[in-house]
Structure formats: C-alpha cells, structure tokens
Design a protein around this ligand. Structure first.
Ligand SMILES: Nc1ncnc2c1ncn2[C@@H]1O[C@H](COP(=O)(O)OP(=O)(O)OP(=O)(O)O)[C@@H](O)[C@H]1O
Ligand SMILES: [Mg+2]
Length: 254
C-alpha cells in the first residue's frame, strides 16, 4: 500500500527519522513500536500526509502521496493522531459522523447508509450508549473510542492509528485490537498501529516494525520480536519470554 524510499525528516538541525526502503500496509496489522522519541509519530504523520519529508519519496498504491486530492486521500487513508484535538459542542454521534465527510454527496447530506455505518462503528467500539454525550466531557477512554469509531466510519482501506489504546482500560485495549485484527481479516483493511505494549502488539500484529533513534531496527513477525536480545537492544532493559497456556508467549521485565 505505502512505499517509502530514502525518507528523511530533520527538525532543529537533527535528523529525527531516516527510513531507507520500506513497504507498509502490506500485511493485515502492522504494529510500530519503539522508545519515546524514536520517530513513530513522525513516520505515521508522513503516511497520513500531515507533514512532508525533507527528502525522499512516499507512494500510495503506486502514486506519489503528494499527488492525491484531499478527498481521494481521505477515502483511502484514515488517521488517528496521538493528540486528539478538542471538539467543542459535538456529541459522540456527531464526531463519528465527521468520518463520513469524504463520502457525502454534493449537498453534504447524509443518507441511510451513512447513518447505518455510523451506528455500526459506534457499536463496534462500544460507544453506542454514549451517542448523545458531549465528547469533551467524556472520559479519556470514551473519547478515544469515539475517535476510533470516527475512523471506522470513514471506511478507508488503510487505517493509521497512533497509540489508539493509550487511554483505554485493559479490556477495551484488547477489544480495540481484536476489532482492528478482525477488520483486517473480514474487511481486508490494512492497519498500521503505534503501540507501546509489546504483548498487545505481539498478540494482534502480523508484522512488527520497531524504530530506535529514528531508524528501523527490527522488521519481522511477532515471534521473532519476542526475543530477549531484540527487546534488550530496542528498549535497553532485560526481559524474559514466558510461555502462555493459550499459545501467546508473553514478555516480562526480568
Ligand atoms: N516539530 C518538531 N520540532 C522539533 N522536534 C521534533 C518535532 N517533531 C518531533 N520532534 C522530535 O523528534 C523525535 C521523534 O518524535 P516522535 O513524536 O515521532 O516520537 P515518538 O516515537 O512518536 O514518541 P512517543 O512514544 O513519545 O510518542 C522526538 O525527539 C521529538 O522531540
Ligand atoms: Mg508518538
């Protein structure tokens, strides 16, 4: 889906991201991991065209990302930023409805299908009971789920999510990841998701890409990632891998 070629981003005279050749969105779920400040959000902002690279190229489906009209891009790529902006006066349903903007007709009116997609997205993320609540007074996790619902309502084949589970309780974090995994299977969506939880990533991702100081230092399947040596070199701490009765090994701080 995305093809990156010799990308570089420099801020304040420092190269904060350098990526050689990399394809992203080729697997169902790709998790991007790495220490704070490793360049994850920068990488995702490039994919979502929120920022432009200082050097290098990004192509989406064989065409330069730069060349897409905004609406065409929104029909292909949806993006959940790490920092969610305030949305004064909107209730949860209104927010989710914003996800339909790229699909509305000339008059901008929503039809029966739009309403059905919105309702389903709220159901999938467990915010249907909160539909009439104001987004800005909802809890952090409720807000985050409403934003994820908005992303789902956009119905783009590529979903980019920057730490979508950061504010979620354990159950909702697993539910959201299970949902993204399901979407990648049932609806053939391509999900690229930034996470900090190594075990959550290993359980639901098909591929893990890890960044360290702005460089890709690991790219492979979860089983190869859950390795004490890989984790030590990435995070600089000792971890052990524990077998788990359901077949998903778990990393734990040693
Ligand atoms: N606009 C900017 N100006 C200056 N420095 C920046 C800018 N954007 C990012 N950086 C720096 O680039 C580095 C990478 O930032 P980025 O937000 O991509 O990290 P991250 O991997 O998402 O971290 P986190 O896990 O904390 O979200 C950081 O050191 C950050 O301070
Ligand atoms: Mg970040």
């Amino acid at each position: 889906m995305f093809e990156l070629d010799d990308l570089s981003v420099t801020r304040d005279g420092r190269e904060i991201l350098h990526v050689g050749r990399l394809s992203l969105g080729t697997e169902g779920v790709t998790a991007v991991l790495g220490h704070n400040g490793s360049g994850k959000s920068t990488l995702m902002a490039l994919l979502a065209r929120q920022i432009r690279p200082d050097a290098g190229r990004i192509a989406l489906e064989g065409r330069a990302l730069d060349g897409y009209r905004q609406r065409d891009l929104a029909r292909r790529v949806s993006f959940l930023p790490q920092r969610l902006p305030p949305v004064a006066g909107l209730n949860m349903r209104d927010l989710v409805g914003l996800g339909r903007f790229a699909w509305r007709g000339a008059l901008g009116r929503m039809g029966a299908r739009d309403h059905a997609v919105i309702a389903q997205a709220m159901l999938d993320t467990g915010c249907e009971a909160l539909a009439d609540h104001l987004v800005d007074t909802a809890s952090g996790g409720e807000r985050q789920r409403a934003w994820i619902a908005m992303l789902l309502a956009q119905e783009a084949p590529a979903l980019l999510l920057d730490e979508p589970t950061a504010a979620l309780d354990l159950a909702h974090a697993y539910e959201v990841m299970a949902l993204l995994h399901r979407l990648s299977r049932v609806a053939k969506r391509r999900v690229v998701v930034i996470l900090h939880d190594v075990n959550l990533a290993a359980r639901y991702a098909d591929r893990i890409v890890a960044l360290k100081q702005g460089h890709v230092t690991f790219d492979g399947p979860p089983r190869a990632f859950l390795d004490p040596e890989v984790l030590r070199s990435l995070y600089g701490i000792e971890m052990t891998i524990l077998p788990h009765p359901d077949g998903h090994p778990q990393a734990a701080v040693a």
